[in-house]
Write a protein that binds this ligand. Structure first.
Ligand SMILES: *Cc1c(COP(=O)(O)O)cnc(C)c1O
Length: 363
């Protein structure tokens, strides 16, 4: 073990619960007394199949996923699903393949670009004009009657913009939940599809999770790669090919950890506490500022700027010296970003706020 772990505010791959990592270091060598590590056993063997089924069930319990939704563990991350979604769903549109998009940042921009390869990607609303610092009001969305679905990103990881309520639409709602899955309580029935990569709020990169209402299955375009055909994967326990076994194992361990913390509602309470503490610090300061509209501020990715940008480097360096790592913002937006997913303890945010106040006093 390293002498000391730092508070890692990276956006993803991101910090994981230490007790889960400690368990994993043992299980990598010898899992369940098999004399073999978890990465070395057959995905179809008894031990791994049980681990897989438990991970699915624990996720169902945590998110209260109804039985009429399939839970898929897929490879290719969220970006892969940007292609899989139109291929699996766009044929549902009545006048040729088409979907609506609400663009709130670079992740939805990427989704639009990818979907446009398979059909019409109609932008129903966008906050591009103000630099993606808010979410267009629901009343302004120009939704189509003939779209197969409406695509949103529930939390834009780069800009730090998050839907506080799940919008109501007539078409099935498809949400990229990569960076705020399991951070807050949702009514799953408001969604047609939820999808995301695991490396923000769940586990290691390489695992993607897609939760899809079963009545939307069965419409994949013939060109759909087999491994991204949701219907075929749903019929085969997501095992049409060898699944990312270590990713599934670790996600399962995180799900168990979440259950021990009291589940998603308990995490949401702590997440509100952490985010409030940080935004209060920003709002009360004369050095720091947030560009995101207060009603759209992300609880997971807190973006902020130093009013004197010449201090950026010093801020990041001095923070790192105090064990506060990876605070630099995404290169496309600059500034700072503190990603405070479920696995970031309250103490980490307290330490960050303490440092920010101290830094401000010192300049
Ligand atoms: C990180 C991220 C992605 C990309 O995930 P990959 O696993 O790299 O494909 C997509 N959408 C959002 C919202 C993200 O935060």
């Amino acid at each position: 073990m390293p002498e000391q772990r730092v508070y890692n505010f990276a956006p993803g791959p991101a910090t994981l619960p230490e007790e889960v990592l400690q368990q994993a270091t043992r299980d990598i060598i010898n899992w369940q007394d098999l004399g073999m590590g978890v990465m070395e056993v057959s995905h179809r063997g008894k031990a791994f199949m049980a681990c897989y089924q438990e991970a699915v069930q624990d996720l169902r319990d945590l998110m209260a996923i109804p039985d009429d939704y399939a839970v898929l563990f897929l490879q290719g991350g969220a970006i892969g699903q940007n292609a899989a979604i139109p291929m699996n769903l766009m044929s549902l549109a009545k006048n040729g393949p088409k979907a609506d998009f609400v663009v709130t940042g670079i992740w939805t921009e990427k989704s639009v670009k990818e979907a446009a390869k398979y059909g019409q990607a109609h932008i129903a609303a966008t906050s591009q004009a103000n630099g993606f610092t808010d979410i267009p009001a629901r009343s302004t969305w120009q939704l189509s009657d003939d779209a197969a679905y409406v695509h949103i990103c529930s939390n834009e990881t780069v800009g730090g913009v998050e839907f506080q309520d799940i919008p109501k639409v007539n078409q099935p709602l498809v949400a990229d939940v990569s960076s705020n899955i399991l951070s807050r309580v949702w009514d799953i029935q408001q969604f047609g599809v939820l999808f995301g990569g695991a490396q923000k709020n769940i586990g290691p990169a390489g695992l993607g999770i897609t939760i899809v209402r079963k009545d939307l299955l069965g419409h994949a375009m013939p060109i759909t790669p087999m491994v991204w055909d949701w219907t075929k994967q749903a019929e085969n326990d997501s095992m049409l090919n060898t699944p990312p076994t270590f990713g599934v194992y670790l996600a399962g361990a995180v799900f168990k950890w979440l259950k021990r913390q009291g589940g998603v509602a308990a995490m949401e309470k702590i997440n509100i506490q952490k985010a409030t503490m940080l935004y209060d610090c920003i709002d009360q300061s004369t050095l720091y500022t947030s560009k995101v509209a207060p009603t759209c501020r992300s609880r997971m990715n807190v973006t902020f700027y130093l009013k004197d940008e010449s201090l950026n480097e010093r801020f990041v360096e001095e923070a790192a010296k105090r064990g506060l790592a990876n605070l630099k913002g995404h290169k496309s937006v600059g500034g700072m970003r503190a990603s405070i997913y479920n696995a970031m303890p309250l103490a980490g945010v307290e330490a960050l706020v303490h440092f920010m106040k101290e830094f401000e006093r010192g300049v």
